[in-house]
Design a protein around this ligand. Structure first.
Ligand code: 13P
Ligand code: SF4
Length: 365
Protein backbone atom coordinates (compact mmCIF):
# COMPACT_ATOMS: atom_id res chain seq x y z
CA UNK A 1 0.00 0.00 0.00
CA UNK A 2 1.25 3.49 -0.87
CA UNK A 3 1.91 5.88 1.99
CA UNK A 4 1.09 9.61 1.78
CA UNK A 5 3.69 12.01 0.44
CA UNK A 6 5.40 13.74 3.38
CA UNK A 7 4.98 17.48 3.85
CA UNK A 8 8.77 17.99 3.92
CA UNK A 9 8.83 17.68 0.13
CA UNK A 10 6.59 20.77 -0.10
CA UNK A 11 8.07 22.98 2.58
CA UNK A 12 10.70 24.62 0.40
CA UNK A 13 8.43 25.32 -2.60
CA UNK A 14 7.83 28.96 -3.34
CA UNK A 15 4.29 30.32 -3.65
CA UNK A 16 4.50 30.68 -7.44
CA UNK A 17 5.42 27.00 -7.88
CA UNK A 18 2.53 26.02 -5.61
CA UNK A 19 0.07 28.20 -7.52
CA UNK A 20 0.36 26.31 -10.82
CA UNK A 21 0.31 22.90 -9.16
CA UNK A 22 -2.75 23.77 -7.01
CA UNK A 23 -4.63 24.79 -10.16
CA UNK A 24 -3.60 21.53 -11.87
CA UNK A 25 -4.57 19.35 -8.87
CA UNK A 26 -7.94 21.09 -8.62
CA UNK A 27 -8.55 20.42 -12.31
CA UNK A 28 -7.72 16.73 -11.86
CA UNK A 29 -9.94 16.32 -8.80
CA UNK A 30 -12.84 18.12 -10.51
CA UNK A 31 -16.21 17.67 -8.81
CA UNK A 32 -14.73 15.32 -6.20
CA UNK A 33 -13.33 18.42 -4.49
CA UNK A 34 -14.67 21.58 -2.96
CA UNK A 35 -12.38 24.12 -1.30
CA UNK A 36 -14.08 26.30 1.31
CA UNK A 37 -12.20 29.48 2.25
CA UNK A 38 -12.83 31.74 5.21
CA UNK A 39 -12.48 35.49 4.61
CA UNK A 40 -9.41 35.67 6.88
CA UNK A 41 -7.34 33.44 4.62
CA UNK A 42 -4.27 34.93 3.00
CA UNK A 43 -4.69 35.87 -0.66
CA UNK A 44 -2.44 33.09 -2.07
CA UNK A 45 -4.83 30.53 -0.53
CA UNK A 46 -8.10 32.45 -0.68
CA UNK A 47 -8.03 32.72 -4.48
CA UNK A 48 -8.34 28.94 -4.77
CA UNK A 49 -11.54 28.73 -2.72
CA UNK A 50 -14.61 27.54 -4.63
CA UNK A 51 -16.79 29.18 -1.99
CA UNK A 52 -15.73 31.89 0.45
CA UNK A 53 -17.71 33.17 3.38
CA UNK A 54 -18.26 33.59 7.08
CA UNK A 55 -18.75 30.63 9.42
CA UNK A 56 -22.50 30.49 8.82
CA UNK A 57 -22.29 30.52 5.04
CA UNK A 58 -19.48 27.96 5.01
CA UNK A 59 -21.29 25.59 7.38
CA UNK A 60 -24.38 25.76 5.16
CA UNK A 61 -22.15 25.09 2.16
CA UNK A 62 -20.55 22.09 3.89
CA UNK A 63 -24.02 20.68 4.59
CA UNK A 64 -25.11 21.16 0.97
CA UNK A 65 -21.94 20.05 -0.84
CA UNK A 66 -21.92 16.85 -2.87
CA UNK A 67 -18.11 16.74 -3.18
CA UNK A 68 -16.24 13.73 -1.87
CA UNK A 69 -13.47 15.88 -0.36
CA UNK A 70 -14.14 19.12 1.53
CA UNK A 71 -10.84 20.95 1.98
CA UNK A 72 -11.38 23.66 4.57
CA UNK A 73 -9.08 26.65 4.38
CA UNK A 74 -9.97 28.01 7.78
CA UNK A 75 -9.48 26.78 11.34
CA UNK A 76 -10.05 23.49 13.15
CA UNK A 77 -13.60 24.04 14.44
CA UNK A 78 -14.73 24.89 10.90
CA UNK A 79 -13.41 21.61 9.50
CA UNK A 80 -15.11 19.79 12.39
CA UNK A 81 -18.44 21.43 11.52
CA UNK A 82 -17.95 20.40 7.88
CA UNK A 83 -17.38 16.81 8.99
CA UNK A 84 -20.43 16.82 11.28
CA UNK A 85 -22.80 18.33 8.71
CA UNK A 86 -21.61 16.43 5.65
CA UNK A 87 -22.60 12.88 4.69
CA UNK A 88 -20.60 9.99 6.25
CA UNK A 89 -18.79 9.16 3.01
CA UNK A 90 -17.55 12.74 2.58
CA UNK A 91 -14.12 13.62 3.95
CA UNK A 92 -13.26 16.90 5.66
CA UNK A 93 -9.64 18.04 5.47
CA UNK A 94 -7.77 20.84 7.27
CA UNK A 95 -4.51 21.58 5.41
CA UNK A 96 -2.57 22.32 8.62
CA UNK A 97 -3.67 20.67 11.87
CA UNK A 98 -2.03 23.48 13.84
CA UNK A 99 -4.67 25.92 12.57
CA UNK A 100 -6.76 26.18 15.73
CA UNK A 101 -8.61 29.11 17.29
CA UNK A 102 -7.26 30.52 20.56
CA UNK A 103 -10.71 31.76 21.55
CA UNK A 104 -12.26 28.32 21.00
CA UNK A 105 -9.61 26.90 23.36
CA UNK A 106 -10.81 29.18 26.19
CA UNK A 107 -13.76 26.90 26.97
CA UNK A 108 -13.71 23.13 27.45
CA UNK A 109 -16.16 20.46 28.52
CA UNK A 110 -14.80 19.85 32.07
CA UNK A 111 -15.14 23.52 32.98
CA UNK A 112 -18.51 23.96 31.26
CA UNK A 113 -19.81 20.80 33.01
CA UNK A 114 -18.56 22.22 36.32
CA UNK A 115 -20.32 25.54 35.64
CA UNK A 116 -23.53 23.62 34.85
CA UNK A 117 -23.28 21.69 38.13
CA UNK A 118 -22.57 24.86 40.12
CA UNK A 119 -25.54 26.57 38.50
CA UNK A 120 -27.66 23.57 39.51
CA UNK A 121 -27.08 24.41 43.20
CA UNK A 122 -28.83 27.77 42.70
CA UNK A 123 -31.12 27.28 39.67
CA UNK A 124 -32.63 24.42 37.71
CA UNK A 125 -30.49 24.78 34.57
CA UNK A 126 -32.39 22.14 32.55
CA UNK A 127 -35.54 24.25 33.03
CA UNK A 128 -34.09 27.75 33.29
CA UNK A 129 -30.84 27.99 31.25
CA UNK A 130 -30.24 27.45 27.53
CA UNK A 131 -26.56 26.80 26.76
CA UNK A 132 -25.31 28.47 23.58
CA UNK A 133 -21.91 27.82 22.16
CA UNK A 134 -20.40 30.15 19.59
CA UNK A 135 -19.45 28.07 16.55
CA UNK A 136 -15.83 28.95 17.47
CA UNK A 137 -15.67 26.00 19.88
CA UNK A 138 -14.71 22.34 19.91
CA UNK A 139 -17.22 19.71 18.76
CA UNK A 140 -17.65 18.32 22.29
CA UNK A 141 -18.98 21.69 23.48
CA UNK A 142 -21.50 21.64 20.63
CA UNK A 143 -22.40 18.14 21.81
CA UNK A 144 -22.88 19.50 25.36
CA UNK A 145 -25.38 22.00 23.93
CA UNK A 146 -27.08 19.25 21.93
CA UNK A 147 -27.55 17.18 25.13
CA UNK A 148 -28.86 20.05 27.24
CA UNK A 149 -31.46 21.61 24.93
CA UNK A 150 -28.95 24.17 23.67
CA UNK A 151 -27.81 25.47 20.33
CA UNK A 152 -24.85 26.84 18.32
CA UNK A 153 -24.63 30.40 17.02
CA UNK A 154 -22.35 32.29 14.66
CA UNK A 155 -21.64 36.00 14.41
CA UNK A 156 -24.06 36.02 11.45
CA UNK A 157 -27.12 34.67 13.28
CA UNK A 158 -26.49 35.46 16.96
CA UNK A 159 -29.58 37.67 17.25
CA UNK A 160 -32.04 35.04 16.00
CA UNK A 161 -30.31 32.30 18.04
CA UNK A 162 -30.50 34.29 21.28
CA UNK A 163 -34.17 35.00 20.53
CA UNK A 164 -34.71 31.24 20.02
CA UNK A 165 -32.90 30.48 23.29
CA UNK A 166 -34.90 33.01 25.33
CA UNK A 167 -38.09 31.49 23.91
CA UNK A 168 -37.03 28.10 25.38
CA UNK A 169 -35.79 29.13 28.84
CA UNK A 170 -35.47 32.39 30.76
CA UNK A 171 -31.63 32.48 30.93
CA UNK A 172 -28.66 31.77 28.69
CA UNK A 173 -25.17 30.43 29.42
CA UNK A 174 -23.08 31.71 26.49
CA UNK A 175 -19.54 30.51 25.69
CA UNK A 176 -16.74 31.08 24.86
CA UNK A 177 -16.87 34.71 23.56
CA UNK A 178 -18.14 37.22 26.07
CA UNK A 179 -18.13 40.05 23.51
CA UNK A 180 -20.42 38.43 20.93
CA UNK A 181 -22.77 37.47 23.77
CA UNK A 182 -22.81 40.94 25.36
CA UNK A 183 -23.03 42.89 22.10
CA UNK A 184 -25.92 40.75 20.87
CA UNK A 185 -27.89 40.62 24.13
CA UNK A 186 -27.58 44.37 24.66
CA UNK A 187 -28.79 45.12 21.14
CA UNK A 188 -31.78 42.88 21.89
CA UNK A 189 -32.66 45.04 24.89
CA UNK A 190 -31.08 43.08 27.78
CA UNK A 191 -29.72 45.75 30.19
CA UNK A 192 -26.07 45.52 31.25
CA UNK A 193 -27.01 44.78 34.88
CA UNK A 194 -28.72 41.57 33.70
CA UNK A 195 -25.58 40.46 31.84
CA UNK A 196 -22.91 38.83 34.05
CA UNK A 197 -19.46 37.45 33.27
CA UNK A 198 -18.75 33.88 34.38
CA UNK A 199 -15.06 33.49 35.24
CA UNK A 200 -14.30 29.77 34.80
CA UNK A 201 -11.22 30.09 37.04
CA UNK A 202 -13.38 30.96 40.08
CA UNK A 203 -15.95 28.92 42.02
CA UNK A 204 -19.47 29.82 40.84
CA UNK A 205 -17.87 31.92 38.12
CA UNK A 206 -16.95 34.46 40.81
CA UNK A 207 -20.63 35.49 41.02
CA UNK A 208 -22.94 36.02 44.01
CA UNK A 209 -26.08 33.93 44.20
CA UNK A 210 -28.19 37.10 43.80
CA UNK A 211 -26.33 37.89 40.53
CA UNK A 212 -26.96 34.38 39.20
CA UNK A 213 -30.66 34.75 39.97
CA UNK A 214 -30.93 38.20 38.41
CA UNK A 215 -28.78 37.65 35.28
CA UNK A 216 -30.55 36.83 32.02
CA UNK A 217 -27.30 35.91 30.32
CA UNK A 218 -24.06 34.53 31.77
CA UNK A 219 -21.06 35.18 29.55
CA UNK A 220 -18.02 32.93 29.64
CA UNK A 221 -14.90 35.04 30.15
CA UNK A 222 -13.41 34.34 26.71
CA UNK A 223 -12.29 36.68 23.93
CA UNK A 224 -10.51 36.85 20.60
CA UNK A 225 -6.94 38.11 20.91
CA UNK A 226 -7.14 39.69 17.44
CA UNK A 227 -10.38 41.62 17.97
CA UNK A 228 -9.43 42.89 21.40
CA UNK A 229 -6.69 44.97 19.78
CA UNK A 230 -9.30 47.32 18.31
CA UNK A 231 -9.91 50.28 20.62
CA UNK A 232 -12.25 53.24 20.90
CA UNK A 233 -9.26 55.60 20.63
CA UNK A 234 -8.71 54.26 17.08
CA UNK A 235 -12.30 55.12 16.22
CA UNK A 236 -12.03 58.57 17.82
CA UNK A 237 -8.82 59.36 15.87
CA UNK A 238 -10.50 58.25 12.60
CA UNK A 239 -13.61 60.34 13.27
CA UNK A 240 -11.50 63.42 14.07
CA UNK A 241 -9.66 63.04 10.77
CA UNK A 242 -12.64 61.96 8.64
CA UNK A 243 -15.86 63.23 10.29
CA UNK A 244 -17.89 61.88 7.37
CA UNK A 245 -16.32 58.39 7.64
CA UNK A 246 -18.18 55.23 8.68
CA UNK A 247 -17.07 52.59 11.16
CA UNK A 248 -17.92 48.91 10.91
CA UNK A 249 -16.85 46.20 13.36
CA UNK A 250 -17.06 42.50 14.02
CA UNK A 251 -19.10 41.59 17.14
CA UNK A 252 -16.03 39.91 18.69
CA UNK A 253 -14.82 43.49 19.34
CA UNK A 254 -15.40 45.03 22.77
CA UNK A 255 -18.75 46.49 23.81
CA UNK A 256 -17.31 50.03 23.67
CA UNK A 257 -15.95 49.57 20.12
CA UNK A 258 -19.26 48.11 18.92
CA UNK A 259 -21.24 50.89 20.60
CA UNK A 260 -19.15 53.49 18.76
CA UNK A 261 -19.46 51.71 15.39
CA UNK A 262 -22.04 52.61 12.75
CA UNK A 263 -22.56 48.95 11.92
CA UNK A 264 -21.66 45.61 13.53
CA UNK A 265 -21.79 42.17 11.94
CA UNK A 266 -20.10 39.03 10.68
CA UNK A 267 -17.28 39.03 8.14
CA UNK A 268 -19.76 38.38 5.32
CA UNK A 269 -21.96 41.24 6.59
CA UNK A 270 -18.98 43.61 6.72
CA UNK A 271 -18.04 42.84 3.12
CA UNK A 272 -21.64 43.12 1.89
CA UNK A 273 -22.19 46.42 3.71
CA UNK A 274 -19.01 48.04 2.40
CA UNK A 275 -19.75 46.87 -1.17
CA UNK A 276 -23.29 48.24 -0.96
CA UNK A 277 -22.23 51.69 0.26
CA UNK A 278 -22.19 54.63 -2.19
CA UNK A 279 -18.99 55.58 -4.07
CA UNK A 280 -16.82 57.94 -2.06
CA UNK A 281 -17.58 56.29 1.29
CA UNK A 282 -14.63 55.98 3.67
CA UNK A 283 -14.69 53.01 6.06
CA UNK A 284 -12.82 52.09 9.20
CA UNK A 285 -13.05 48.32 9.61
CA UNK A 286 -12.53 46.40 12.87
CA UNK A 287 -11.75 42.87 11.84
CA UNK A 288 -8.85 40.71 10.69
CA UNK A 289 -6.15 42.19 8.46
CA UNK A 290 -6.33 39.82 5.46
CA UNK A 291 -10.02 40.56 5.02
CA UNK A 292 -9.48 44.31 5.37
CA UNK A 293 -6.55 44.36 2.93
CA UNK A 294 -8.59 42.44 0.34
CA UNK A 295 -11.57 44.74 0.82
CA UNK A 296 -9.30 47.76 0.44
CA UNK A 297 -8.00 46.44 -2.91
CA UNK A 298 -11.47 45.53 -4.17
CA UNK A 299 -12.90 48.92 -3.24
CA UNK A 300 -10.27 51.02 -5.01
CA UNK A 301 -12.10 50.69 -8.34
CA UNK A 302 -15.38 51.67 -6.61
CA UNK A 303 -13.82 54.90 -5.32
CA UNK A 304 -14.18 53.84 -1.67
CA UNK A 305 -11.50 53.85 1.00
CA UNK A 306 -11.10 51.08 3.51
CA UNK A 307 -8.89 51.56 6.58
CA UNK A 308 -7.77 48.97 9.13
CA UNK A 309 -8.86 49.92 12.65
CA UNK A 310 -5.66 49.23 14.58
CA UNK A 311 -2.23 50.84 14.10
CA UNK A 312 -0.83 47.36 14.88
CA UNK A 313 -0.96 45.15 11.77
CA UNK A 314 -2.50 42.20 13.65
CA UNK A 315 -3.71 39.12 11.85
CA UNK A 316 -5.07 35.80 12.99
CA UNK A 317 -1.91 33.73 13.30
CA UNK A 318 -3.78 30.42 13.22
CA UNK A 319 -5.73 31.27 10.05
CA UNK A 320 -2.34 32.26 8.61
CA UNK A 321 -1.03 28.73 9.13
CA UNK A 322 -2.91 27.60 6.03
CA UNK A 323 -0.40 28.36 3.30
CA UNK A 324 -0.15 27.33 -0.37
CA UNK A 325 2.40 24.65 0.54
CA UNK A 326 0.00 22.84 2.90
CA UNK A 327 -2.91 23.25 0.50
CA UNK A 328 -0.87 21.77 -2.36
CA UNK A 329 0.36 18.91 -0.15
CA UNK A 330 -3.24 17.92 0.67
CA UNK A 331 -4.44 18.22 -2.92
CA UNK A 332 -1.59 16.27 -4.52
CA UNK A 333 -2.07 13.51 -1.96
CA UNK A 334 -5.76 13.36 -2.91
CA UNK A 335 -4.77 13.11 -6.57
CA UNK A 336 -2.55 10.18 -5.56
CA UNK A 337 -5.47 8.57 -3.70
CA UNK A 338 -4.16 9.47 -0.22
CA UNK A 339 -6.00 11.46 2.43
CA UNK A 340 -3.93 13.57 4.81
CA UNK A 341 -5.20 15.72 7.71
CA UNK A 342 -8.67 14.22 7.74
CA UNK A 343 -10.86 15.74 10.48
CA UNK A 344 -13.21 13.14 11.86
CA UNK A 345 -15.34 13.81 14.92
CA UNK A 346 -16.11 10.57 16.86
CA UNK A 347 -19.68 9.40 16.20
CA UNK A 348 -21.31 9.94 19.64
CA UNK A 349 -19.95 13.50 19.86
CA UNK A 350 -20.82 14.22 16.22
CA UNK A 351 -24.41 12.99 16.70
CA UNK A 352 -25.04 15.26 19.69
CA UNK A 353 -23.21 18.22 18.13
CA UNK A 354 -25.32 17.78 14.97
CA UNK A 355 -28.47 18.24 17.05
CA UNK A 356 -27.25 21.67 18.24
CA UNK A 357 -26.05 22.62 14.73
CA UNK A 358 -29.33 21.56 13.09
CA UNK A 359 -31.24 23.64 15.64
CA UNK A 360 -29.05 26.55 14.61
CA UNK A 361 -29.62 26.05 10.89
CA UNK A 362 -33.39 25.85 11.45
CA UNK A 363 -33.52 28.88 13.78
CA UNK A 364 -31.28 31.16 11.64
CA UNK A 365 -33.08 33.84 9.72
P1 13P B 1 -17.32 35.02 10.96
O1 13P B 1 -18.27 33.89 11.17
O2 13P B 1 -17.97 36.37 11.08
O3 13P B 1 -16.60 34.88 9.66
O4 13P B 1 -16.25 35.02 12.14
C1 13P B 1 -15.40 33.95 12.38
C2 13P B 1 -14.27 34.36 13.21
O5 13P B 1 -13.50 33.54 13.66
C3 13P B 1 -14.08 35.75 13.50
O6 13P B 1 -12.94 35.93 14.27
FE1 SF4 C 1 -10.33 32.54 16.48
FE2 SF4 C 1 -9.96 35.18 16.72
FE3 SF4 C 1 -8.73 33.80 14.78
FE4 SF4 C 1 -11.37 34.23 14.67
S1 SF4 C 1 -9.75 35.77 14.56
S2 SF4 C 1 -10.31 32.29 14.24
S3 SF4 C 1 -11.89 34.09 16.86
S4 SF4 C 1 -8.41 33.57 17.00
Amino acid sequence: MLSPRPFQAYQALDDAACEERIVAAKRTLGEDLIILGHHYQREEVFRHADVSGDSLKLSRQAAASQARYIVFCGVHFMAEVADILSRPEQISILPDLEAGCSMADMADVPRVERAWQELATVLDPEEQVTPITYINSAADLKAFCGRHGGIVCTSGNAHSILAWAFAQREKILFFPDQHLGRNTAYRMGVPLDEIAVWDPELPFGGLEESTLRRARILLWKGFCAVHQLFRTEHIEAFRRRYPEGKVISHPECSFEVCQQSDAVGSTEYIIRTVFASPPGTRWLVGTELNLVNRLHEQCLSQDKSVHFMSPIQCQCSTMFRIDPQHLLWCLENLVAGQVVNCIQVPAPIADQARVALQRMLEAST
